[in-house]
Write a protein that binds this ligand. Structure first.
Ligand code: TPD
Ligand code: ZN
Length: 260
């Protein structure tokens, strides 16, 4: 019982030494307190235009599986919402738990979800490359979508079917046509706040857009995530689970909502 209650997780070596950036004032993830969020009537609807043919491949980078996109042109972009210009999609990945009781990075009123999707975008107006944008204030936009246990997600299944091919760290498989819009909930509501990457380099360069409504996935799909490994072929197997960062202090930040 105590393991379930304490949301126990063995910190992946990646985060062990990086629990907090010294002097960080806008670290992620955070617990979003719904009643403390401030409705901002100036927030526009988020506009998403993803071109499925920009999808390149899936790979296991040793702390999640990641789907990479061709970001050499403005083909898969987001705009509107809290953004002053458009941002290009670079990759998406997930964070999840060993069991359904935990796994997401952000929380809403201390409610945790079994998993969380992150779609990572960069600002081609103020940066000349993704790597540069990572170091820029508001160089990145990450859309967070919560996953909850429920119905089978047909769009996700194409991704799940490819996971056995990237079981081990540093394995890669071609993944040519996929539209991540199918992973977006239909409800337009979101929260937004200024934060950071949740893995090293933990840079404070992210405008976070957290969708209010989760998408549903079924037990088998979550179990497939948990079959991945942190470890390379030939090493002692460590299951890829609990790859989330602990909550970080809100400090002097306000979370804005796009809805009343
Ligand atoms: N969980 S999250 O969405 O906050 C992310 C963490 C790291 C991200 S990254 O895309 O910048 N990859 C890290 C790097 C790539 C190249 C140089 S560092 S996105
Ligand atoms: Zn992430």
């Amino acid at each position: 019982l105590c393991t379930v209650l304490t949301r126990g997780f063995c910190l992946h070596p990646l985060w062990q030494s990086e629990l907090s950036v010294s002097g960080g004032t806008r670290q992620s993830p955070i617990n979003i307190q719904w009643r403390d969020s401030v409705y901002d009537p100036h927030l526009k609807p988020l506009k998403i235009h993803y071109d499925p043919t920009t999808c390149l491949y899936i790979w296991n980078n040793g702390y999640s599986f990641q789907v990479e996109f061709d970001d050499s042109a403005d083909k898969s972009v987001i705009m509107g919402g809290p953004l002053e210009n458009h941002y290009r999609l670079k990759q998406f990945h997930f964070h999840w738990g060993a069991i359904n009781e935990w796994g997401s990075e952000h929380m809403v009123d201390s409610k945790v979800y079994p998993a969380e999707l992150h779609l990572v975008h960069w600002n081609p107006v103020t940066s000349t490359s993704f790597e540069e944008a990572i170091m820029e204030n508001n160089g990145l936009v990450v859309i967070g979508v919560f996953l909850k246990l429920g119905a089978h997600h047909a769009g996700l299944q194409k991704l799940v079917d490819a996971l056995p091919a990237v079981k081990h760290k540093d394995t890669i498989v071609e993944f040519d046509v996929f539209d991540p819009s199918c992973l977006m909930p239909s409800c337009p509501d979101y929260w937004t706040y200024d934060g950071s990457l949740t893995t090293p380099p933990l840079t404070e360069s992210v405008t976070w857009i957290i969708k209010k409504t989760p998408i549903e996935v079924d037990q088998n799909q979550l179990e497939e995530f948990r079959m991945l490994l942190f470890t390379s072929a030939g090493e002692e197997e460590k299951r890829m689970v609990d790859n989330f960062r602990p909550l970080q202090p809100l400090m002097n930040r306000t979370v804005r909502s796009s809805f009343r």
